[in-house]
Design a protein. Structure first.
Length: 204
């Protein structure tokens, strides 16, 4: 069957995130089934043509790609009203042109990186069971809510009652994320897993 040249138009709209420095650009196209967080330009240059081109813009500080949206974190000395339309246009054209989003092998590279980060944590049998519970709760209840705000949360480790999570995308460096973390996530985990005493976050 021949492929027709007509492409469905790319629709794009913006959504506020809890972080005033981050804006979510939502499209009607699936960009990447997973989460790709680029805080550093170096990582973007290596793995993502889209993030790489965004970093070429002087006002872009961070890029987070997941499902059908791109969350852009701007440099604080720029105002959204000055750059939002340019970014919108740029992302829309980029997707419309069918250019690359992420390079082949990105998933595997990130899994390896995660494994290296987490390899130093050895859990006892009892702790391992607690960790499974915590991970399930984060995946089921916390992650979907955080993703709606243009961010991501990952479990990092559990030690002496303290759960460490990594915040990515718009959640990283966001004042309201700390509140959400303490009141919402910590409260829920303490209720569901009595062994949890505290939840702390690291920036991804």
């Amino acid at each position: 069957m021949e492929k027709t040249a007509t492409k469905s138009p790319v629709m794009l709209y913006t959504e506020q995130t809890p972080n005033p420095e981050s804006l979510k650009f939502v499209t009607n196209k699936m960009l990447y089934t997973g989460t790709a967080d680029f805080r550093e330009e170096e990582l973007a240059r290596e793995w993502s043509p889209l993030a790489s081109e965004l970093f070429d813009l002087s006002y872009v500080k961070g890029v987070y790609i997941s499902n059908n949206f791109v969350t852009v974190t701007k440099e604080f000395n720029y105002a959204w009203e000055d750059i939002m339309l340019k970014l919108k246009e740029f992302i829309k054209n980029y997707i419309q042109d069918g250019k690359g989003i992420l390079n082949e092998g990105f998933d595997e590279a990130m899994v390896k990186l995660e494994a290296e980060r987490g390899a130093s944590y050895e859990y006892t049998e009892n702790e391992a069971e607690i960790v499974v519970k915590i991970k399930e709760l984060i995946e089921t209840y916390v992650k979907p809510a955080v993703e709606m705000d243009g961010g991501n949360i990952e479990f990092k480790h559990f030690d002496k009652g303290i759960v460490t999570v990594i915040l990515q995308g718009s959640c990283s460096g966001c004042p309201s994320a700390t509140v959400t973390l303490k009141s919402g996530i910590e409260g829920m985990l303490k209720r569901m897993v009595p062994e949890v005493k505290e939840v702390v976050s690291e920036m991804g």
